[in-house]
Ligand binder design. Structure first.
Ligand SMILES: *Cc1c(COP(=O)(O)O)cnc(C)c1O
Ligand code: SF4
Length: 375
């Protein structure tokens, strides 16, 4: 058994475990876990510094999860956009492909908490149906392996899926959405990297939410992926009490860049049943973006997006940089709130630019010469 599998086996995941390790009420724990599974592996557990800290809040079952019954279970209408159970097809050219429902840690704020951990929801037949769907849809050029956490599969299973996808000519890129570099970095092994790099272009998007999650182990995992030629991006969820602070986010984004991970998205927390206590006002997200752009490397600045309820997809939200805009000029402000007037281009000038003038005799000669070169 590999180290990561051994660590998984030692996870705290039953009401008895929680009662024994933390001295919490067993029956209460059972009530929460029956509805929304919990798992804290020993590595992630070691990151907790005190009760109620930003790591604790992400992984420790909370009675509040059972209290909000008003929120929808499937806020993004993923099930409605599922032509087969393992596929969510929302955008024209790319699909989410759910290959497992298991995770090495069950995030209390997860958008898919209605589904994760329930192995009846995903099986081999579902995976085959997903591959078949992608094969029959030539418009799909980008496949995002998701779940659950795809890296819960063994290297052997994962390779079977990736190999099958690579054999489909219209699949150009394969992405893997995995929280492993953050929650169980021991999962990133030499063998895994050697396998993945046979199937380039492969991209990984991982999921760090707090600077304390960046450790020597997670650094090593991200660098191994980068060394295998895999660009690694990060998706953060904006969470109350965890990272709803511009300076925490600045530190997180800078630290990610330093371990060769490119910040990609900050998500507004979805309106998911059982996770409402993590939501923040939108203005908190806008304030964070305002303190990122211009203040830290542009490379470290992700997009802040809202996943529109009802399946509208991700919509970026920006601080207000435009103060006024008329046909002559645009008035903008920079990251220091200094105001600038920038002359705009008039519509009739645009018309002139838009209509290509007929090639002159000189230009025609050049075109002729190029034709000859090509032939
Ligand atoms: C997020 C998401 C994608 C990927 O979106 P990008 O903006 O290309 O990263 C694709 N499909 C679904 C259903 C998604 O939720
Ligand atoms: S690892 Fe991802 S899918 Fe699993 S519980 Fe966390 S957010 Fe949800």
């Amino acid at each position: 058994m590999e180290l990561w599998q051994e660590l998984l086996r030692q996870s705290i995941d039953t009401a008895e475990d929680f009662a024994e390790v933390f001295g919490v009420d067993k029956d209460l724990m059972r009530k929460i876990i029956e509805r929304y599974p919990a798992r804290i592996n020993p590595y992630y557990l070691s990151l907790i510094r005190y009760k109620g800290d930003p790591i604790w809040l992400q992984c420790f079952p909370d009675i509040k999860e059972l209290e909000d019954e008003a929120m929808p279970e499937d806020p993004l209408d993923e099930d409605a956009m599922s032509p087969v159970p393992s596929i969510t097809h929302r955008y024209p050219d790319r699909v989410l492909f759910l290959v497992t429902s298991q995770c090495s840690m069950y995030c209390r704020f997860c958008t898919r908490k209605r589904k994760v951990g329930d192995s009846s929801k995903i099986n081999m037949k579902f995976i085959q149906d997903g591959i078949e769907y992608i094969r029959n849809h030539p418009e799909v050029r980008d496949v995002i392996l998701s779940g659950g956490d795809p890296l819960m599969l063994t290297d052997y299973m994962l390779e079977k899926i990736i190999k099958a996808l690579r054999e489909i000519p219209h699949v150009e890129i394969i992405r893997i959405g995995t929280k492993m570099p953050c929650v169980l970095p021991q999962r990133i092994t030499e063998n895994l990297c050697n396998m993945l790099k046979k199937y380039h272009p492969i991209y990984v998007n991982t999921h760090f939410n707090h600077p304390w999650e960046i450790t020597p182990e997670s650094k090593r995992a991200c660098e191994m992926l980068a060394d295998a030629g895999i660009p690694v991006g990060n998706q953060t969820v904006l969470l109350r009490g965890v990272n709803d602070d511009p300076y925490v986010m600045q530190e997180l984004m800078k630290k990610l860049l330093a371990i060769r991970v490119r910040p990609y998205y900050i998500y507004q927390a979805d309106i998911t049943r059982g996770a409402n206590h993590f939501r923040t006002p939108i203005k908190v997200g806008i304030e964070i973006m305002d303190k990122l752009r211009g203040h830290i490397s542009g490379l470290a600045v992700p997009y802040y997006v809202i996943d529109a309820p009802g399946g509208g997809g991700k919509i970026p939200i920006l601080p207000q940089y435009v103060i006024a805009h008329n046909e002559n000029e645009i008035i903008v402000r920079n990251f220091k709130y200094e105001i600038y007037v920038y002359p705009d281009v008039k519509e009739d000038e645009i018309e002139e630019i838009r209509y290509e003038p007929k090639p002159t005799a000189e230009k025609r000669k050049i075109i002729e010469r190029k034709k000859w070169l090509v032939e």
